[in-house]
Design a protein around this ligand. Structure first.
Ligand code: ZN
Ligand code: ZN
Length: 235
């Protein structure tokens, strides 16, 4: 306890370190330039689902799946591919209370979204089921959304959308079981009077959760729903 307190006091006066290589950072940087350049990227993503398109077809904007059977969301922006070493940092953030990484994750999202035009009117973090949130003590998507909203001056709403049914982690299920796992799991406590919204999450695994929420928002009158995430799993 005393050690933690001492560490927190000392860390205010010590330069921050890169979370990947421990190099001391310049003020206001959250990663060293080498680790930042080495973060896993999605080369030439589909503008709708975020999955990689063939690199030999540079003019393609959407994948075949989004052309024939598009998801309910209109645009997915993933800052990075879900892979090492970023995946380890996200795991620490999500499951081991390393909440200080929220600021880095918000920066990564901001870098890929700040030039979007138009920006969404409101940001909605993907909600946890209340039982899981009580167990974890926080909603990792909300912490990131708060910071992204502040950085881009976009209001957030973390109360209107709720997950009323507990679901298994999408990553624990096979492809056939994933859509059914989240179907009907979300609801709105009140109608949202927005035309353009963005759903924010730490990781998008299959896109089924985002798709389910986007369907709900569109039924409620939204014209455009974007999805912003730190990392997209590439299957
Ligand atoms: Zn580094
Ligand atoms: Zn696509």
């Amino acid at each position: 306890m005393v050690n933690r307190w001492l560490f927190s006091i000392l860390s205010r006066f010590l330069p921050a370190c890169c979370p990947f290589c421990d190099t001391a950072l310049e003020p206001r940087r959250r990663l060293c330039a080498i680790c930042q350049a080495a973060l896993p990227k999605i080369i030439h993503p589909c503008i709708q689902c975020g999955l990689p398109l063939p690199t030999d077809s540079p003019t393609l904007q959407r994948c075949g799946h989004c052309l024939t059977s598009p998801p309910a969301f209109d645009r997915l922006l993933a800052a990075h591919r879900y892979d090492a070493p970023l995946s380890a940092l996200i795991g620490g953030y999500k499951f081991h209370r390393q909440l200080h990484h929220a600021r880095l994750f918000a920066d990564l999202i901001r870098e890929v979204t700040q030039r979007e035009h138009p920006l969404p009117e409101i940001l909605l973090p993907v909600p946890l089921h209340p039982q899981r949130q009580r167990y974890r003590g926080y909603n990792q998507a909300l912490e990131i959304t708060r910071m992204v909203g502040k950085q881009l001056a976009i209001p957030i709403d973390h109360l209107s959308l709720r997950r009323h049914r507990a679901t298994a982690a999408q990553s624990d299920l096979d492809a056939a079981a994933r859509p059914g796992n989240v179907r009907g799991a979300f609801s709105l406590k009140k109608n949202l009077d927005y035309q353009h919204l963005a759903i924010v999450d730490d990781v998008v695994t299959t896109g089924n959760t985002a798709n389910e929420i986007a369907k709900l928002l569109k039924r409620a009158g939204a014209r455009r729903v974007d999805v912003w995430c730190v990392a997209r799993v590439i299957c």
